[in-house]
Design a protein around this ligand. Structure first.
Ligand code: ZN
Length: 365
């Protein structure tokens, strides 16, 4: 079964909204193709081996966790490693998509799955995402309320989590006095008019504000459309970096290490010196979670499980909490399976494979 690139990307974007990515990230469709997609291959890093594997597998879409193009790519030449890979992808008419920090933070993204895999209970997001939301309010004559609401919803206003078309509506009375040269929708120029109106309130993401106001104005019958737009400071409870929760039972530090080895299928784990603490509450952050140490401490985590910790990080925090470094690759390798699982579930007849060549670049001898 073939799918259009648009079908696959729209689905992935709905699971891992691009607006959840960090400002420094470069997630999304980085290389496109006009051809229908015959097969997709999932990986963590798009190496040359993965591209060769895609060609062999006749897969013309690579879905990765890490962006292939991250900082500005100045040239696409063979003397540059990324240039070589990009060139080969384009020459073979393959598309490249990645979901990085938006996948980490999504409601059912990497950190959600990691927390599930280690059996965390009463789980919360460690650092909830602060997505800029706006409240948009306008005032419409009763008989136009439906039209204006629909126009606003069509521009993605009123989307909250798994709900759409969310609004609040109150009946009231609007007043206006048009100058002699006006052409009011109702009433007479130069005469104060009272009009039964509905006040429509809805919520809009920053990226959709402009479009929503445009659509609202187009559908609104008034010459001068009155509206209020104000920023909100709401947090998205299920979205954000890391998760924190309770282990199924309290264990000592050594037992936690064995427990993680078993649950995450990991051989080597680096951790701070055990101080004989009882571990009940733990935070987990896939990839490199150094920036989340402060949040984990503030929220009372006994341990932080993450990857890519530096020597000085261990030195600085050994007394604050039990720091456990399970490795960057090890903490993110499940991404390949998650991408595979959601795609095969959504499109059962579409071919997807997991890369066999995208191995851990770090060897432990
Ligand atoms: Zn990573």
């Amino acid at each position: 079964m073939e799918l259009s690139l648009h079908q696959i990307i729209s689905f992935l974007n709905s699971k891992y909204p691009p607006q959840y990515q960090e400002s420094w990230d470069n997630s999304g469709l980085l290389i496109d193709t006009n051809s229908p997609i015959k097969k997709a291959i999932t990986c963590l890093d798009c190496t040359m081996e993965v591209v060769n594997e895609a060609i062999e597998e006749k897969a013309n879409l690579i879905i990765a966790h890490h962006p292939l193009i991250f900082s500005g790519l100045k040239r696409i030449v063979d003397s540059d490693k990324t240039g070589q890979i990009v060139k080969k992808i384009i020459q073979n008419n393959i598309a490249f998509y990645c979901a990085h920090t938006n996948f980490d933070s999504a409601a059912e993204g990497l950190n959600y799955h990691l927390a599930q895999k280690i059996g965390l209970m009463h789980t919360k997001v460690l650092e909830p995402l602060q997505l800029q939301l706006y409240k948009l309010t306008t005032f419409v004559p009763d008989e136009y309320a439906e039209k204006v609401r629909s126009a606003m919803f069509s521009a993605s206003a009123g989307d909250i989590g798994n709900y759409s078309s969310c609004s609040f509506n109150i009946n009231g009375t609007g007043t206006f006095l048009g100058q002699e040269d006006t052409n009011p929708f109702v009433g007479t120029p130069g005469k104060l008019h009272f009009e039964p109106e509905i006040r429509i309130e809805t919520i809009v993401e920053q990226r959709n504000v402009h479009k929503t106001i445009e659509e609202m104005k187009k559908a609104h019958p008034y010459e001068e459309v009155a509206y209020d737009l104000y920023p909100l400071h709401n947090e998205l409870e299920n979205v954000g970096l890391g998760r924190i929760g309770d282990l199924p039972y309290i264990m000592d530090e050594k037992t936690l290490v064995t427990y993680l080895r078993d649950k995450l299928n990991i051989e080597t784990i680096a951790c701070t010196k055990g101080l004989g603490r009882e571990i009940g509450k733990v935070a987990i952050v896939g990839g490199s979670g150094t920036s989340a140490i402060g949040s984990a401490i503030r929220q009372g985590a006994d341990a932080l499980i993450t990857g890519d910790l530096k020597h000085h990080t261990f030195v600085d925090h050994e007394k604050d909490l039990f720091l456990v470094d399970i490795g960057h690759y090890e903490s993110e390798k499940i991404a390949m399976n998650i991408f595979y699982d959601i795609l095969t579930k959504k499109f059962p007849n579409f071919a997807v494979c997991i890369s066999k060549t995208n191995l851990n670049p770090i060897n432990y001898l």
